[in-house]
Design a protein. Structure first.
Length: 460
């Protein structure tokens, strides 16, 4: 079975002279005008909304290909950056968006991965994935300069230090690796949504592709009958923090049976399952990066990976700056440089500069990112949702959508309970009806910003 996955990205927001709430309200002014609220679905089939704590959030449409996933994620970054630029012009102050997972006050915010899995056996599957998620940060971590009363040190992952348990239905009072709340956004008799919240937001296209590709490969293998490694960690929440903090000497983690095992050894066991499940070029690219990275961890020599792994690209950037200036790791200039690595702007920010210099792998084309601002993935029901929204807005008709429903005015609801169904007859008929209507000629500020985000992504 093809995998279905999507990503929810929460962004940090800051503005001189404005509270986070005030800045977020200004950012979402055109969104509210467009959709009469702070939660809307876009012509790309994605959801744009304001989450708890005044965090702007972008949830991609459902994807079934890694290239789609990376393009949709980057399109969300681009749209958010254009919204921030417009809000800055209106407010007369610089409103900045940061794609990371912690702020200076020690608060954590999320990067949530979603994977569709069969309902049968989903609880056991989630539990068997925990050792993989604990150690996945060796490759997918975004890195962080951690400053606390003990001093300053560089860690592999931002989210890892805020993780308190392996599995839980809560997300605010505790920070699990997998949120077990049963909200499938699909036919609940057949599917569950595996909601992974242990990962970092990635700036590197290669790291983002690995994060989704490796996890999806393992889920596909397991649901096709392959056995995941029989590893159980003694204290998963403790282990994920230890892995994050022991990157230079790779401290072992404790298994429930008393054995100690290196994090890379855990990953090698999962790698072998994924390697055997790889089928196409996208799978093989994931497996190749995985193997190179684990070999590097075995040797503690990361030569050749500096442009692909976020934690390593950022560490190299910081190390060069410190060598040039003599700054300590906790120097405010270093901390500003770290923040700049994650900052978005309409021209692409520091990420675009690093990609242009060959210091960060440019894994996705500009035209693909530009298209993904307003075009949904072609292979899932996101295609129907996005086309319906675009057609209804063009015709000036009232409509209602969510992840599983389309409704035009007071008409009947069309249910889309299979995320892989991109050609539901009832939905296509509704879209054809709308596309046959004359254009209403309406355009809001958000419509113009969608267009601007596409143009600027293409030119960045």
């Amino acid at each position: 079975m093809r995998g279905v996955f999507g990503l929810e990205t929460e962004y940090g927001i800051t503005a001189a002279g404005l509270s986070a709430e005030e800045a977020a309200r200004e950012l979402f002014r055109p969104v509210v005008a467009w959709g009469r609220g702070t939660s809307v679905f876009t012509p790309a089939g994605a959801r744009l909304y304001l989450d708890v704590g005044s965090h702007p959030e972008y949830a991609t449409a459902e994807c079934s290909r890694l290239a789609e996933m990376v393009a949709q994620e980057r399109a969300g970054d681009q749209l958010m950056a254009v919204l921030a630029a417009a809000a800055s012009r209106r407010a007369g102050v610089n409103i900045a968006l940061i794609k990371n997972n912690t702020d200076s006050a020690g608060n954590a915010f999320g990067c949530h991965e979603n994977y569709q899995v069969p309902r049968a056996g989903s609880a056991e599957l989630a539990a068997k994935l925990i050792p993989f998620l604990v150690t996945r940060q060796l490759i997918a971590g975004a890195g962080k300069v951690q400053v606390d009363p003990r001093g300053a040190r560089y860690v592999l992952s931002q989210r890892a230090l805020h993780t308190s348990e392996a599995l839980s239905s809560a997300t605010t009072r505790s920070r699990p690796m997998i949120n077990t709340r049963d909200e499938p956004h699909a036919d609940g008799a057949r599917y569950r949504r595996l909601h992974v919240i242990a990962g970092d937001s990635n700036m590197s296209a290669a790291a983002a592709g690995f994060k989704f590709g490796a996890t999806n490969l393992l889920l596909r293998a397991a649901t096709s009958g392959a056995a995941l490694p029989a590893l159980e960690l003694d204290q998963p929440a403790r282990a994920i923090r230890e892995v994050a903090q022991g990157w230079q000497d790779a401290h072992p983690v404790a298994l429930a049976d008393g054995r100690l095992i290196r994090p890379a050894e855990v990953q090698w066991e999962y790698f072998e399952v994924a390697r055997q499940a790889a089928r196409d070029n996208e799978d093989q690219a994931v497996v190749n990066l995985w193997e190179r990275a684990l070999t590097a961890w075995d040797r503690l020599d990361f030569t050749g990976l500096e442009t692909e792994l976020d934690w390593l690209a950022k560490w190299r950037l910081i190390a060069r700056y410190r060598q040039r200036t003599g700054a300590g790791l906790a120097d405010p200039r270093v901390l500003r440089l770290e923040l700049a690595y994650h900052q978005l702007d309409a021209q692409g920010g520091l990420r675009a500069k690093l990609e242009a210099r060959g210091q960060l792998a440019d894994g996705i084309g500009r035209k693909e990112i530009a298209a993904a601002v307003t075009e949904p993935p072609a292979t899932t029901r996101g295609r129907l949702r996005g086309r319906f929204i675009a057609a209804a807005r063009r015709a000036g008709r009232e409509y209602t959508v969510d992840w599983v429903r389309l409704k035009l005015g007071q008409g009947e609801t069309v249910a889309l309970t299979d995320p892989l169904d991109n050609s539901d007859p009832a939905a296509l008929a509704l879209i054809a009806e709308l596309e046959a209507e004359p254009a209403a000629g309406l355009a809001s500020e958000l419509d113009r910003l969608f267009a601007a985000a596409g143009v600027q992504a293409d030119e960045a």
